[in-house]
Design a protein around this ligand. Structure first.
Ligand code: BG6
Ligand code: MG
Length: 214
C-alpha cells in the first residue's frame, strides 16, 4: 500500500495566484505594497497565519482579534469572488494525467491542503473522483509546517507515513512532509524547495519522476 498526497494551491490548480492577488489588494487598502517575494512566505500557510505575516510586512501592530478576523474575512471574500468562475482550464498542466497514471499504478491519492476552500475547489473542477481522501483546512488545527494535514490524510487512507509521497510547492509544505516522515516532491524553485527529495520546475515534470526511487 502506498499513497501520494497533493497540496492544492499551486500544485493541483493555479489558485495560488488568486490568494496572492487577494492579499495584495488587502495590503493596498491598508496602505502598503505586498509583492511576490513577500508572498513566498504565505505559501501553504493558514489564513490567519498569513494575515499575521502580511501585517508584519506592512509594519502594522496592535490590531485586536476582532479586527484581524474582519481582515481575514475580507481577504477571503476577495479570494472567493476571484475564483467564482474557476474552471478546468486552471488545473495545472499534466495533473489529470499524473493522477490517472499513479492510480493505475496502485497508489492511493489524497488532498492535503491548508485551504478551507479545498474540498469545494475539487468539486468545482470535477476532480473529486480522482482522490480517495480529501483533507482540507476545515479538518486540521495545526498549520504546515506541522505535519497534521498529511498525517491525517495517511491515517484516513490507512497507509503508513513512510509509504506516502507528498507533492508540494511551499517550503512549509516540504517541512511538513518531512516532519511526518514522508518523502516530498517539490514543484518550483530548487533554491526554495531544495530540502525535497526531488524538485521539478512545474507540474509537467511529475510524469518523469521515478516514484519508486525517490
Ligand atoms: C494554502 C495556500 O493552500 O491555503 C495559502 O497556499 C492559503 O496561500 C491557505 O492562505 C489557506 O487558505 P484559505 O482558503 O483557507 O484561506
Ligand atoms: Mg501550495
Amino acid at each position: 500500500m502506498k499513497a501520494i498526497i497533493f497540496d492544492l494551491d499551486g500544485v493541483v490548480v493555479n489558485t495560488a495566484k488568486y490568494h496572492y492577488l487577494a492579499w495584495k489588494k488587502l495590503a493596498k487598502e491598508l496602505g502598503f505594497e505586498f509583492d511576490v517575494a513577500h508572498n513566498e512566505r504565505l505559501k501553504g500557510v493558514s489564513r490567519m497565519e498569513s494575515l499575521n505575516i502580511v501585517l508584519e510586512v506592512g509594519g502594522i501592530t496592535g490590531y485586536s482579534e476582532e479586527k484581524k478576523n474582519e481582515l481575514a474575512d475580507r481577504k477571503n471574500g476577495y479570494y472567493l469572488s476571484m475564483i467564482e468562475k474557476l474552471d478546468q482550464s486552471e488545473i495545472l498542466p499534466g495533473i489529470p494525467e499524473f493522477l490517472e497514471k499513479i492510480r493505475k499504478a496502485g497508489y492511493k491519492t489524497a488532498l492535503g491542503s491548508a485551504s478551507k476552500s479545498g474540498g469545494m475547489i475539487l468539486e468545482k473542477l470535477g476532480l473529486m473522483p480522482m482522490f480517495d481522501v480529501v483533507v482540507d483546512g476545515n479538518l486540521v488545527e495545526r498549520p504546515k509546517p506541522d505535519p497534521e494535514v498529511f498525517t491525517k490524510a495517511a491515517d484516513l487512507l490507512g497507509i503508513p507515513y513512510e509509504k506516502c509521497i507528498v507533492v508540494e510547492d511551499a517550503k512549509a509544505g516540504v517541512e511538513a512532509a518531512h516532519a511526518g516522515r514522508m518523502k516530498c516532491i517539490g514543484i518550483g524553485n530548487p533554491e526554495i524547495l531544495g530540502a525535497a527529495e526531488k524538485v521539478v520546475g512545474s507540474t509537467e515534470g511529475l510524469m518523469q519522476v521515478d516514484l519508486e526511487n525517490l
